[in-house]
Design a protein around this ligand. Structure first.
Ligand code: KIV
Length: 278
């Protein structure tokens, strides 16, 4: 096994100009496979609400569900850093609530770091979690837990978009996340020049999704990367495989073979016990 990835390793990677890879994982078998592929950070994202639970937003995902899925991922990985997402309602009430939720993800789930959404408004919360030595990753730009305020899952910080101050607000959010003690920050769905400006200014790594190539690292949702859905993929994602189609083909072959009496054959059956001699 290659050396275990730690939070200090992630910081060193930015300093060394080495790009960081992060992918979401929600269960043990995929955690094993992604770990074997060399992914440095496995994010147990609350995106599981949408890609695993079939919900329209991430908002209903509970802390108990996040703890459970973090356990599955932690069990499957050997080398990668396990990052647990704090779901909506598990950290916004107070820094104390956030600390208690983060402790559950670490203690019960096996997370080595936690992630939460928000910039300036979450600075005290990030500080409180970092103070008890749980590494925190921030998340600014498109923050899916704010879907109702944003009016949908929309690109943030476009010139002429939601007002002249929006780019500056996003820059200030990223600065506040770093100042509060986060070890890294996700930049989601923002113009690539803004992400480049934030990346150049911050000393902590930026991990982009829909934020262009200038970030220090990239994150993709597993189901997008593998083409597990047979219909829609967000514009910023790249499908590196078409596993959804492959699943439909394989399961369809199985259905046909069972119906036609071609499966199972003798190769998949157990021979009857031999009759006793005499
Ligand atoms: O929940 C998630 O998968 C995320 C990524 C999109 C960064 O937060």
């Amino acid at each position: 096994m290659e050396k275990k990835v730690t939070v200090p390793d992630i910081l060193r990677m930015k300093a060394a100009g080495e790009r960081i890879t992060m992918v979401t994982a929600y269960d043990c078998p995929f955690a094993r496979l992604l770990d074997e592929a060399g992914v440095e950070i496995l994010l147990v994202g609350d995106s599981l609400g949408m890609v695993v639970q079939g919900l329209p937003t991430t908002l209903p995902v509970t802390l108990d569900e996040m703890v459970y899925h973090t356990q599955l991922v932690a069990r499957g990985r050997k080398r990668a850093l396990v990052l647990g997402d704090l779901p909506f309602g598990a950290y916004q009430a107070s820094p104390q609530q956030a600390v208690e939720s983060a402790v559950r993800l670490v203690k019960e789930g096996g997370a080595e770091a936690v992630k939460l959404e928000g910039g300036i408004a979450m600075a005290r919360t990030i500080e409180a979690i970092a103070t008890i030595d749980v590494p925190v990753m921030g998340h600014v730009g498109l923050t899916p837990q704010s879907v109702h305020r944003m009016g949908g899952h929309r690109v943030q910080g476009r010139r002429g978009g939601h007002g002249p101050g929006e780019r500056e607000r996003l820059l200030d959010d990223a600065r506040a996340v770093q100042a509060a003690g986060a070890f890294a920050v996700v930049l989601e769905c923002m113009p690539l020049d803004l992400a480049a400006e934030i990346t150049a200014e911050l000393t902590i790594p930026t991990i982009g999704i829909g934020a262009g190539a200038h970030c220090d690292g990239q994150v993709l949702v597993l189901h997008d990367l593998l083409g597990l859905s047979t219909d829609w993929t967000p514009r910023f994602a790249k499908r590196y495989a078409e596993l959804g189609r492959e699943v439909v083909r394989a399961a369809g072959d199985y259905v046909r073979e069972v119906k036609d009496g071609l499966f199972p054959t003798e190769a998949q059956a157990f021979a009857p016990p031999k009759a006793k001699a005499g």
